[in-house]
Ligand binder design. Structure first.
Ligand code: 13P
Length: 287
């Protein structure tokens, strides 16, 4: 069932768990995430970065593939198809293509411009029944060309954006896309608590879910995080499983080179990672 992320995140916030956003890259990724969500009876958000959208031949290809897959695989759990770190233009393209959820990342604009553009998109998304994520502060590191310095969000600016009526808010709290460096000081729970207090019931989003220790994930959920984004970790599991298959020479045995066989271990590895995260986030059985 393709739905906006609003209801699943409202329930997650009330129930003190988080819904995972898993970024997709191709057919195998999408199928692995959808099947795991169905098996775990968990709501799920499929994240599509602008780079991944381009790679998959455009947003319409992605939206049509996801809708068809939900139907053919008989997926009954709530699924949101979400633009990740969307530019202003990218948001409109995804709305047109049939996405059910949008992130407008206006964090690199001065706050007045972020507010102005977010306000416009709140109205457009409300009219069409889509959920909208906004961002304040920035997520460190690089993801598909989106680079952030990782500055912590200003709680007052978070309130300004939340009051516009967005569905969920990504606030920078020292989180980083990709692997965390050895000397990473950890999440700023001080910032998270201050943001949470300002924005009340607004579901908060934790980007950079890869490699955050379990106790920090649990603490973040307790402080109001209801959506956690995971991208790199599925890529690492897929790559490791594919490497093991090839290094064991399995692609040389029989028809081991058949893409349906060659990509199968990576596919299973994505499923295992998604399952592990759903268990950690507490979304299993919540569909
Ligand atoms: P990771 O790649 O660090 O898991 O971050 C994912 C993310 O935040 C997508 O926006």
């Amino acid at each position: 069932m393709l739905v906006s992320a609003k209801e699943m995140l409202t329930k997650a916030k009330e129930g003190h768990y988080a819904v995972g956003q898993f970024n997709i890259n191709n057919l195998e990724w999408t199928k692995a995430v959808l099947l795991t969500a169905e098996e775990q009876k968990s709501p799920v958000i499929l994240g599509v970065s602008e780079g991944a959208g381009k790679y998959m031949c455009g947003y319409k290809t992605v939206a049509d593939m996801v809708k068809a897959m939900i139907e053919e695989l008989k997926i009954t759990v709530p699924v949101a198809l979400h633009l990740d770190h969307g530019s202003y233009e990218g948001c409109y393209k995804c709305i047109e293509a049939g996405f059910s959820s949008i992130m407008f990342d206006g964090s690199h604009y001065p706050i007045a411009e972020n507010v102005e553009k977010t306000r416009e998109l709140v109205n457009v998304c409300a009219e069409k029944g889509l959920s909208l994520e906004a961002e304040v502060g920035s997520i460190g590191g690089e993801e598909d060309g989106v680079v952030g310095m990782g500055e912590c969000a200003d709680p007052n600016e978070c309130k300004m954006i939340a009051d516009l009526g967005v569905t969920m808010l990504a606030a920078g709290i020292g989180n980083i896309h990709g692997k965390y460096p050895e000397n990473w000081p950890g999440l700023s729970f001080e910032t998270l608590a201050a943001v949470s207090e300002k924005v009340g019931n607004m579901p908060l989003v934790l980007h950079g879910g890869t490699g955050i220790p379990e106790d920090m994930i649990k603490k973040a959920i307790n402080l109001g995080v209801s959506k956690i984004n995971v991208n790199t970790e599925c890529q690492l599991s897929f790559a490791a499983a594919t490497r093991a298959y090839i290094e064991a020479g399995k692609d040389q045995q029989g028809k081991g080179f058949d893409p349906r066989k060659l990509l199968a271990p990576g596919f299973e590895a994505i499923k295992a990672t998604v399952k592990e995260k759903m268990e950690l986030f507490g979304s299993v059985g919540k569909a």
